[in-house]
Design a protein around this ligand. Structure first.
Ligand code: PLP
Length: 416
């Protein structure tokens, strides 16, 4: 029998949408068994995994696992509710303090995910809230300027702002374009938003130049460092100048799902706004937080990466060699030498064939299509995992050479 609810569903054309997209990519997701890391077991098949974002594979370490298990005993499994009503759990407090130490900021606030941090930040910075008895804040006159390639969560967060009045976009990583826009916004309450490392193609922002412009035009800066957190900056790492400049950003947002390899997100910045965000972000108070053992383990991992830089150093060295080998084969990745390795994959049809062929050979290789990248300009988006064996990397490169040749991706050469 058709219920009235399901009868009404006919007004939403999901069935037609699925039918039109048949064969183009949306299916029931394959089922993953066991941990996700350098390999993944999907629908019973073990694949070498070039897709996972927990790329340092720290969940395999004994100290990390023991710390997590100890966290369950010490703190239990849940925060049990909002920090505004019950108080902040100790592991969250310690994690936020550690983040302040790393970023050089006064105060931090954590969220269940980086996405919620981004939504909460924009909400707090753009809303009018009247809590009675003269307790009121009005940020509706705020203006946001985003890098055009900013993450979905940032564009989602600003979608209610009127473009051209409260919202502007500058060309990707283009200080001149940002300067032009900021020149038209003198005297406004402006926030400039960009990422450190962009997740589709691995480009890195000219952080120092963008922050210079913010300072020059008295705009606040919010840098989404989800992808760069704990990897760069300091003398021996790539992008030292860019990431040392990051300390000048007013607000830094991080995700714990990438280098840290857990889940959760946070914003660090000046004390007063950060305290106000407890109330004004909404995405702290009205939803669940990171689980306490996760927060505690995030602190453990942040300290681990600080005290043992060789973990990141050796990962980045392997990435650099892998990039060189790809380039020698005639498949040069995007020239920005970040750990996110993107390689042009022909057109959409070719890219689908390539992805399937990689799967058939035992490699899970993500391909980014529109809207993650411009239409019909698909990218292989490769992330090396610290746990990959040399055999897995060699195997991937030989398979790429053979498939590229067969499918006509260009004049590939076998890897060295
Ligand atoms: C630039 C950027 N911002 C935010 C996020 C969201 O982070 P999280 O996975 O912690 O929600 C991501 C993750 O894809 C990202 O790449």
């Amino acid at each position: 029998m058709t219920t009235s609810a399901s009868a009404a569903l006919k007004n939403w054309p999901f069935t037609e949408f699925l039918a039109a997209g048949e064969g183009l990519g949306l299916t029931d997701p394959p089922v993953v068994d066991g941990p996700v890391g350098p390999t993944v077991v999907r629908d019973g098949r073990t694949l070498a995994n070039f897709a996972s974002i927990n790329f340092l594979n720290l969940q395999e370490r004994d100290d990390v696992r023991q710390h997590f298990l100890g966290g369950i005993t010490r703190y239990g499994l849940t925060t049990g509710g909002s920090r505004m009503t019950q108080g902040i759990c100790r592991p969250h407090l310690e994690m936020e303090r550690e983040l302040c130490r790393i970023t050089g900021k006064e105060r931090a606030i954590s969220f269940a995910s980086g996405l919620l941090a981004n939504l909460g930040f924009v909400h707090a910075m753009t809303h009018h809230m009247n809590l009675g008895q003269g307790w009121e804040i009005d940020n509706q006159d705020a203006v946001f300027v985003l890098d055009r390639d900013a993450h979905w969560s940032l564009w989602k967060a600003v979608e209610n702002l009127t473009y051209g009045r409260q919202l502007f976009a500058f060309r990707h990583n283009d200080p001149a374009d940002l300067g032009r826009i900021l020149g038209t916004l003198e005297g406004k309450k402006t926030v400039v938003v960009f990422e450190s490392v962009y997740s589709a193609d691995g480009t890195v922002a000219p952080i120092g130049e963008l922050l210079d412009l913010c300072e020059q035009h008295q705009a606040l800066s919010y840098v989404d460092d989800a992808n760069g957190f704990l990897l760069y900056g300091g003398e021996n790492r790539p992008f030292a100048a860019e990431f040392d400049a990051l300390r000048r950003a007013d607000f830094v947002m991080v995700s714990f799902s990438k280098a840290v390899g857990l889940e959760g997100g946070a914003i660090a910045g000046p004390a007063d706004p950060l305290l106000a965000f407890e109330l004004l972000s909404g995405t702290s108070m009205f939803t669940a937080a990171m689980q306490p053992p996760t927060a505690s383990t995030a602190t453990h991992i942040m300290r681990l990466l600080r005290t043992d830089p060789s973990i990141v150093d050796s990962y980045l060295r392997r990435v650099a060699v892998f990039r060189e080998r790809l380039a020698e084969m005639g498949y040069p990745p995007h020239p920005t030498p970040s750990y996110i390795i993107s390689v042009p994959a022909g057109d959409d049809t070719l890219a689908v064939e390539l992805k399937e062929a990689f799967l058939a050979h035992g490699y899970l290789v993500p391909v980014f299509f529109y809207p993650a990248v411009p239409r019909n300009k698909p990218l292989l988006r490769l992330i090396l995992n610290a746990g990959h064996t040399e055999e897995q990397l060699d195997g991937f490169l030989h398979t790429f050479a053979a498939l590229g040749d067969k499918l006509g991706l260009g004049s590939g050469r076998p890897p060295r």
